[in-house]
Design a protein around this ligand. Sequence first.
Ligand code: FCB
Length: 471
Amino acid sequence: MANDASAVFDTLSPAVSRGSLADSFTPPADSTLWRKNFLLGAATASYQIEGAVNEDGRLPSIWDTFSAIPGKVLAGDTGAVACDHYHRWEADVEMLASLGLEGYRLSIAWPRVMDAAGVPNRKGLDFYKRLLNRLKEKGITTFVTLYHWDLPQHLEDRGGWLNRDTAYRFADYADLMSRELAGTVDAWATLNEPWCSAYLGYGNGHHAPGLADDRFATQAMHHLLLAHGFAVPVLRANDPASQKGIVANIGRGTPNSNSAADQRAAHLFEVQHNAWILDPLLKGAYPQDLFELWPGTEPLVLEGDMQTISAPLDFLGINYYFRTNVASDGAHGFRDVPLEGVERTQMGWEVYPDGLRDLLTGFKKTYHNLPPIYITENGMASDDQVTDGHVEDTQRISFLKRHLAAVDQAIKAGVDIRGYFLWSLMDNFEWAFGYERRFGVVHVDYSTQKRTIKRSAELVAKFLKERKARA
Ligand code: FCB
């Protein structure tokens, strides 16, 4: 995909200037975002920010292994130091609180908290206890993801998500965490983006562990969803007061033409991106069209699995970034047809807020049991520079404003959306793209670990302050 997004943006948004954006960032008076109970927060993930990969008994994860292989991550970057959050967490919580952010979504590093025999690692557990206690002292709502991709390497050595046993090990891990952390977690998410774990990890090899076979992807997905299903009742038993859910990344597929073949291609794009995960969770069955797209990839499903996977949820976390324009590949699938002249980000991803609204309103029609929704990630990367102590992340300000407007539209159309987390609190290790892609509303200078609040974060803070004052 094209990467020179800034040039496109400049031509599309000539009127955007510091002043006009600042004035217009605040939502209109009739926006549902003014409701005090609409939670506004920021998100991060363990491997992307913590660093300290060899400290206090942390075991290797699949991302330590994967990022050490030359050519897997841009510039050979790894999460070994990242934002050094493991040591700087106190200052980072202060920063979060100083911005007035009401919620914080973090993830726990599984390899930090228990060993291969399931023995708890007290030092690792204490880190999360201290962090969560401090967040609660600050009055911040805590969303904790159990699995944001850093699988212990010893489990991958035994087949990882291709091995059904990993789902049982995940339930043990969920049991330990919910016994230890009950009372400090407002909402538990079992998995972050099983699509990425299964497809990018086992289907095309773009992410750890780097395997590439469609049959692996569907089997890994089944075991991931099963892990989720095993964990939910455990979390309910150990920590009844908290909410339990899962986080899915959703993608909008649009047809390149009105032809029936292209419309079918767009449908299949969304089947593999959305229905592959949401149908088993909310309907208790895999979409059959998936196996038209990837023939012969039906996973091994045992009796009772689908009931386990489709147990009721308290919330569904939704991550949204961009759309994909597709055409028929002439056979039974789709191919990407990148549009020209559209606004893109540093990732090359198209800025397309309507996709978020349209997917949300579509899900409400498709799933009669759609749980309350939190947007658990939304944001964009730009090549942000610090100039005289400031970061003018103009495109991000406009991006956030337009996506928040899309959320407001979906709420007004009847979708129960209760909050929104910016991705991300700070620049961090962006997986296969390393440190080059900056998604934070806070800038991180990786040579000094200095944090600089970007203009976008200042404006979000300003809005939150205004909202608080009005309440
Ligand atoms: C999502 C991931 C998150 C981050 C953003 C940009 O897929 O959940 O960790 O990398 O993309």
